[in-house]
Design a protein around this ligand. Structure first.
Ligand code: SF4
Length: 417
């Protein structure tokens, strides 16, 4: 018998579209009504998941043996690290945090840069619904993948009252000069910080000496300032950090200060956009469970936040983790080359719905896909939680269930005093 599900949520990327129609026969997905190829591919992955087997050192094993081996590796470690969770449901993220707490581990979502900026200067943000209803100027700053996403554009235009709005793109490569872009600025990555501060100075009426970053002209920056002055509600979508950009948090601070400057006379909100194809990450769940959105360490028995010490890239590059539990789909996103090399040197456990393509973990525990095989919730990149539904059956447990089983096998580690 066919089941038709309306308004299904897709967890294929940070947009988390919730208007998709899916037809199933209870065991298989028969049809997905979306024009997005990435969304189609995400639902199609459910076909492979059922065949996955738990692995120990690349050899098939029973789930009990794989869980026991994973528990041994974690229990024998002195500095376990949990990372990933980008496309995991809230329930799995909570289970991972609970596990990290039990064993005094470090857990990281990879968002330490935005967390640092947030704690220094705060952030004025809004939902996509507000952007759709109110924004009359939208700036995509290194967020071309979001601007080019037809589903994002569709959602901006789906309001009942059409809003006359202008669009600006800012990016390192040759900027998009398509018909719907009113101003396209080319700013090299190394010139972004200065450009943000120059724009802030311009809006405040302060004349600055020196040249603008190469690729950009003073006139273009003036034009952007003029567009901001003519607008009433400005939204800046700001692109993701690259792992080599060690001062990305300073850019986010400059962005928030720019937004604050604009807000003295008009509304301005900013939104940090994940990398192309990536999901929001575990920051909201980490923040409400521990008080910190990334780089949290439980070694002393309570959560401590220190991005300079507990960020995954730094811990791996400094060889400070002796086992790593990777959680969810594509958990290696955002890691540097050096960090990836270190992952080949330490025991690796992977809990997720698809095997890693680049690394072979010592233990692989397959799971179903949240939003296809199990229900739950997921955060959209504007911080709005959306429900996920179980559409078809699977013999695989959910990520949350595997993490809970693993935690039940671990004895609590006494805090380091
Ligand atoms: S835009 Fe993203 S969330 Fe929407 S259907 Fe495509 S992959 Fe899924």
């Amino acid at each position: 018998m066919k089941n038709v599900f309306e308004d299904v949520t897709c967890a294929g990327c940070c947009c988390v579209c919730d208007n998709i129609q899916v037809t199933t026969d209870g065991q298989q997905i028969l049809d997905v009504q979306t024009t997005c190829p990435q969304g189609q591919a995400w639902f199609a992955r459910s076909r492979q998941t059922n065949q996955l087997q738990p692995l120990i050192s690349g050899a098939e094993a029973s789930r009990e043996d794989a869980l026991t081996r994973a528990a041994e590796l974690i229990q024998n470690a002195t500095s376990p690290l949990l990372f990933g969770m980008g496309q995991s449901a809230t329930e799995a993220q909570r289970a991972a945090i609970s596990l990290a707490d039990r064993i005094g581990a470090t857990i990281d979502s990879g968002a330490s840069a935005s967390t640092r900026a947030l704690q220094q200067v705060g952030e004025a943000s809004c939902t996509l619904g507000e952007v759709r209803s109110r924004a009359d100027l939208i700036i995509y700053w290194n967020a071309e993948s979001l601007r080019a996403n037809p589903h994002h554009q569709q959602s901006l235009n789906s309001g009942t009252d059409a809003i006359s709005r202008k669009f600006v793109t800012v990016g390192a490569s040759a900027s998009d000069a398509s018909a719907d872009v009113d101003l396209a600025l080319r700013v090299p990555v190394e010139g972004e910080f200065e450009t943000l501060w120059r724009l802030r100075a311009l809006l405040r009426g302060i004349a600055l000496n020196g040249d603008v970053p190469s690729g950009l002209s003073a006139g273009e920056l003036e034009s952007l300032a003029a567009l901001i002055r003519q607008s009433r509600y400005i939204v800046i979508f700001f692109g993701p950090a690259v792992s080599e950009d060690r001062l990305f948090h300073r850019k986010l601070e400059a962005l928030s200060l720019l937004a604050r400057e604009i807000q003295s006379e008009r509304r301005c909100h900013t939104m940090n956009v994940p990398a192309a194809g990536a999901a929001k990450g575990a920051e909201p769940v980490l923040a409400w469970q521990t008080g910190y959105a990334a780089a949290v360490n439980f070694a002393v028995g309570y959560p401590r936040f220190s991005p300079c010490e507990y960020a995954t890239v730094r811990m791996l590059e400094q060889k400070e983790a002796d086992v790593c539990l990777l959680i969810g789909d594509a958990p290696l996103t955002g890691l540097s080359e050096l960090a990836l090399q270190e992952l080949q040197q330490i025991p690796l456990i992977h809990v997720g719905p698809a095997p890693l393509s680049d690394l072979e973990p010592e233990v692989f525990l397959p799971t179903g896909i949240s939003g296809i095989h199990s229900a739950g919730s997921l955060y959209r990149f504007d911080g709005t939680p959306l429900p996920l539904r179980a559409l078809i059956a699977t013999p695989q447990p959910s990520e949350a269930e595997v993490l809970q089983q693993l935690e039940s096998l671990l004895t609590p580690v006494l805090p380091i005093c």
